[in-house]
Ligand binder design. Structure first.
Ligand SMILES: Cc1ncc(COP(=O)(O)O)c(C=O)c1O
Length: 403
């Protein structure tokens, strides 16, 4: 048999999904698994969106234009206008989720061998996408003690080399929940301008802000030529399966390059774009989105309260998004996560995402795990009870479990 490419053979598996087979096996044994490992919200997708898909009057389910259906582009523009961001129709491209927008960003910004700085811990699929694009991610390490905010300027500046092409960050942050302050965005903008780098902001959690204020890179006029924004409806419409996102910029060359990437894959999903157009045309759309944010705000409170009762668990209360990076009282969080799925007794268990895959720096995150608070309050409470019991038991049996 021929060998597969080294590039695909060495691509990192997502730490969010890698242990799924163990969860599936646990379920086959009749166990209920509380999934706190993945940002798949349990909130119903708004009827206004689904109605748009059901009511779509199509005879042929055709490709849409590569940059998106005019209706979907208008829907995104209307959405951004509500955030005070005016975009021309040709300044955004509809993508297959935020994922494809990230992929386009790497393709547009970098050649193989180039580098992109990224605050760590970061969304692990950045690893997968950069690996496939032949791009090296260079981590800007942030810590729980500092609330995962950026380190001082000189620590970032010293990472910039002639191969650095951009800085990528998610704001609000997955997995940290950080919401960057005005002065942090100004620092990144200043570095981008001084060193002529692209600033790629992943803003898929734009409205999920509980402390502080979100500022989009597209609202910084000095970044006209340098800013790229990556976006998605997956979370704000609880529509992860729709696969609708956006790539936006005000730089004509960036847009032309991204359109070429878009042409190669022909079209984003057609029906789901129609769903978005219908949703945005509905007078309640803003209330629906903000209602979801309120739900997560409550969950964040419940989760923080519950976690504060678990001895040895460390966390920074997230300012945004719906994740928390936990410090756990174990040496090897992955072994603990596995054990919760394979050996934890009883009818129920909880699944977290082991922390190491959220870091580029070797050794960091080994005693951490990410929680996605995407379950309803009573499930979060139960999951925290299970986590507490699991940690207590594991600390007793771990020395034996690990031999
Ligand atoms: C920070 C961040 N960016 C991008 C994505 C990808 O989202 P999508 O479902 O739109 O591809 C996610 C999904 O969890 C995310 O957390």
């Amino acid at each position: 048999m021929p060998d597969v490419s080294r590039r695909s053979a060495t691509a990192p598996a997502s730490p969010i999904r890698r242990l799924y087979p163990l969860a599936e096996e646990a379920k086959r044994r009749g166990k209920k698994v509380y999934h706190l490992n993945i940002g798949q919200p349990d909130i119903p997708t708004p009827e206004e969106y689904l109605q748009g898909i059901r009511g779509a009057d199509v005879e042929v389910l055709a490709y849409s234009p590569s940059q998106g259906l005019p209706e979907a582009i208008e829907a995104f523009r209307a959405y951004y206008a509500e955030w005070g961001i005016e975009l021309a129709p040709d300044e955004l491209i509809v993508t297959a989720g935020g994922s494809e927008a990230v992929l386009f960003a790497f393709q547009v910004v970098c050649d193989p061998g180039d580098q992109v700085l990224v605050p760590e811990p970061f969304y692990p699929n950045y690893n997968g996408f950069s690996h496939l694009a032949g791009v090296e991610l260079v981590p800007i390490t942030t810590t729980r003690e500092e609330g995962f905010h950026l380190p001082p300027r000189q620590e970032i500046a010293r990472l910039i080399t002639p191969r650095t092409k951009g800085i990528l960050f998610s704001n609000p942050g997955n997995p940290t929940g950080v919401v960057y302050r005005e002065e942090e965005l100004e620092l990144l903008a200043e570095l981008a301008l001084r060193h002529d780098l692209f600033l790629i902001a992943d803003e898929v959690y734009r409205e999920f802000v509980y402390e502080g204020v979100h500022r989009s890179v597209l609202s910084m006029p000095e970044l006209r030529g340098h800013a790229i924004m990556v976006d998605s409806i997956s979370k704000r419409l609880s529509a992860c399966g729709a696969r609708i996102g956006a790539f936006a910029s005000r730089n004509p060359e960036v847009l032309a390059a991204a359109r070429r990437c878009a042409m190669a894959r022909l079209s984003p999903p057609t029906l789901e774009q129609l769903g978005l157009a219908a949703f945005m045309a509905h007078p309640r759309h803003r209330d629906v989105m903000l209602g979801m944010v309120e739900e997560y705000r409550r969950r964040r409170e419940v989760l923080s309260e519950q976690l504060s009762h678990i001895p040895g668990v460390l966390f920074h209360k997230p300012e945004g998004a719906f994740y928390m990076m936990l410090g756990l009282p174990v040496d090897d969080a992955e072994a603990f996560v596995r054990w919760m799925l394979t050996d934890f007794p009883g009818e129920e268990t909880v699944m977290l995402a082991p922390g190491e895959g959220f870091y580029k720096t070797r050794g960091l995150g080994a005693d951490e795990a990410r929680i996605a608070y995407v379950l309803k309050e009573q499930d979060l409470v139960r999951a925290c009870q299970l986590l507490k019991e699991g940690l207590e038991l594991y600390q007793e049996v771990a020395p034996r479990a690990q031999v």
